[in-house]
Write a protein that binds this ligand. Structure first.
Ligand code: FAD
Ligand code: NAP
Length: 556
């Protein structure tokens, strides 16, 4: 894999094709360039940003603190960039990503408004052929999927989806032009993180808002606030230690760890711990007790605490009860972080409609039909989420050795080795793929780790003269077994979460991320590399020939 060798090849041939120009694809491009490799990034959107390019709905912002939800790879970058709020809003995050693209001159290697439709492993060439919706065919030795875990928006299967004559939006495909709801009757369907962020903002703008809720979510206050100069300076002064800690912890936060087990606390101590965490706000409520996701008793205690908070915040007792999640353990579905979500239901112009037992019957020309009543609207917002983790990958026709299709391989759920690679799909890597901590962690920490690991791997292949790397079936089976075993010890399998694919009818019900901890996972990945890529087969081409030589022994 010499950059030189490829520069003389046809214009459509690269060392590496990267699919996706979100945070992961951009960092990957930066690293590949630094290694002297030729790379092409292919992006369906018209610009960089991924999640933050597509999700422009009112109220969209990160729920991991901005100082932490940002790249760590360049100290100059993290020192020079100034975040204005504890949790930055989407426009600011998108501005940051654009700044990164400009600062490192990344755009010139990205093809925008181009969707990869297929990627096939070419046995004769030992590389990948990638086709796009523009009719391009590109070739590369390596193909890296930076396609995102939450990038395939999911609209619900409701009859008459085309019948409604008003405006229709999905939070994950929000228009670039401003949307003005003032004076309008608006419906929001869905009360996950996107719904919970957008509902208070839409309620403040619309004449009337009706929220259709199938499952209430657990939401914790963000306590968002402007970031003062002193706070930012403190973060920046401590960045080396903060970033190092983020890489070691379970969920990629520098301020986690040392949480008590509810089992070791008295009732009063439990309440104090819960109150303390609620007052700090944010996602660390997930770690409030070290046994929150292991012990039914600990979980029930935390859930009851949140229920009481909801009852105190929402004036109408019936609405408050509807907003209390009772059908799954707290944390088994992604915890939400909000600003004035529960308080929004105290407004005169907001109504909550429970649809758990009586689903929306159909959309009509003027609105939607529920429980025999037609509700009329000017606009309907689907905050109905994503075909998560596997959706973007399976939308492409990906074929490995012997033409085996990824959707065939994954018919009963995703199978990967470390969430990075798959048996039968040589030289294909997935960033934050299923089977890795990805969405169970601060995703920035997860994706930087994957990019770095993959780059080290490509360097190793180049230095050792290997042409292909492929996970073994045994290593993959063992890893899938481990991922499942770790999950089964927890409460994560309860509740119809997108982690389980439960939000997509017909999707195999498999818990997709690895919850063994991102620090622990990093150690495992490093050990695999140190043991000469244990669990992978590394091959050289026979001189002058096209068939791979099994050189498994060479990497032993
Ligand atoms: P993405 O940002 O999803 O980028 C993938 C890109 O690949 C997209 O631009 C897409 O267009 C492109 N693509 C996909 N398929 C193809 C194809 N076939 N051809 C060409 N291009 C393709 N995580 C956190 O840790 N903290 C947060 O606060 C947080 N907030 C979030 C808020 C929202 C609204 C959402 C939806 C997710 C949030 N996440 C958060 C998760 C977020 O997705 C990640 O943090 C991160 O942005 C993922 O970056 P990525 O580059 O891996 O993927
Ligand atoms: P989501 O969590 O999957 O929520 C989707 C909502 O739509 C759920 O309430 C779901 O109900 C409902 N729904 C789906 N299909 C429906 C149907 N047919 N009828 C009625 N209701 C239906 O999706 P999301 O809110 O877009 O969030 C996805 C993930 O993106 C989050 O979990 C998070 O990781 C990330 N995110 C983060 C932030 C942030 O705060 N930074 C913001 C947005 C998103 P059920 O629960 O009953 O399925």
């Amino acid at each position: 894999m010499e950059a030189k060798a490829h520069s003389s090849a046809a214009a459509d041939a690269f060392d590496v094709i990267v699919v996706g120009a979100g945070f992961a694809g951009l960092y990957m491009l930066y690293r590949l360039r630094g290694m002297g490799l030729t790379a092409r990034v292919i992006e369906a959107g018209a610009d960089v940003g991924g999640t933050w390019y597509w999700n422009r709905y009112p109220g969209a912002r990160c729920d991991v603190e901005s100082m932490s939800y940002s790249y760590s790879f360049s100290d100059e970058l993290q020192q020079e960039w100034d975040w204005t709020e504890r949790f930055a809003a989407q426009p600011e995050i998108l501005h940051y990503i654009n700044h990164v693209a400009d600062r490192f001159d990344l755009r010139r290697d990205i093809a925008f408004e181009t969707r990869v439709t297929s990627a096939r492993f070419d046995e004769a060439e030992g590389g990948w052929r990638v086709e796009t919706d523009r009719g391009d065919e590109l070739r590369a030795k390596y193909c890296i999927m930076a396609t995102g875990c939450l990038s395939a928006p999911k609209r619900p299967e409701i009859d008459g989806m085309d019948a409604f004559q008003g405006a229709v939006y999905h939070t994950g495909e929000w228009p670039h032009e401003p949307v003005d709801f003032s004076g309008q009757r608006v419906a929001v369907i869905g009360t996950g993180s996107s719904g919970i962020q957008s509902i208070p903002v839409i309620a403040g703008e619309a004449a009337h808002l009706t929220v259709f809720q199938r499952t209430p979510a657990f939401s914790v206050p963000a306590w968002n606030a402007p970031l003062s100069d002193d706070e930012a300076a403190e973060w920046k002064a401590n960045y080396p230690a903060v970033r190092a800690k983020e890489r070691r912890t379970h969920s990629g936060f520098h301020n986690e760890g040392g949480h008590p087990a509810a089992a070791d606390l008295s009732d009063q101590e439990r309440q104090e711990v819960l109150e303390g965490q609620w007052n700090k706000g944010g996602l660390l409520m997930w770690n409030v007790f070290s046994d929150l996701m292991m012990s039914r008793d600990a979980n029930a205690c935390a859930a009851a605490f949140v229920h009481d908070k909801i009852r105190a915040l929402v004036k109408d007792a019936k609405t408050a009860e509807l907003l209390c999640p009772k059908s799954f353990p707290m944390g088994a579905k992604r915890l939400c972080v909000d600003t004035n979500y529960y308080e929004t239901f105290n407004r005169d112009n907001v109504a909550l409609v429970d649809i758990v037992d009586k689903p929306i019957e159909r959309l009509t020309q003027r609105g939607l039909l529920h429980d025999g009543t037609e509700h009329e609207f000017d606009a309907i917002v689907f905050a109905t989420g994503f075909d998560a983790m596997t959706g973007a990958l399976l939308k492409m026709d990906i074929r490995g050795r012997d033409g085996v299709r990824l959707d065939e391989k994954w018919h009963a759920g995703p199978r990967t080795y470390l969430g990075i690679a798959m048996a039968g799909f040589p030289n294909l890597f997935t960033i934050t793929g299923p089977g890795s901590p990805s969405v169970m962690s601060n995703v920035m920490v997860a994706l930087e780790q994957h990019v770095d690991w993959i780059c080290d791997c490509l360097m190793h292949l180049r230095e050792q003269g290997f042409d292909t790397i492929e996970a073994t079936v045994e290593a993959e089976d063992k890893w899938v077994g481990h991922v499942n075993e770790v999950t089964e010890r927890t409460l994560y399998t309860e509740g119809n979460s997108w982690y389980l694919g439960a939000n997509v009818p017909g999707k195999p019900r498999v818990f997709m991320p690895y919850i063994g901890g991102s620090g622990n996972y990093r150690k495992i990945c490093n050990e695999v590399a140190e043991k000469n890529y244990e669990g992978f087969v590394l091959n050289r081409w026979k001189e002058g020939g096209s068939a791979p030589t099994d050189a498994a022994a060479a990497n032993a």
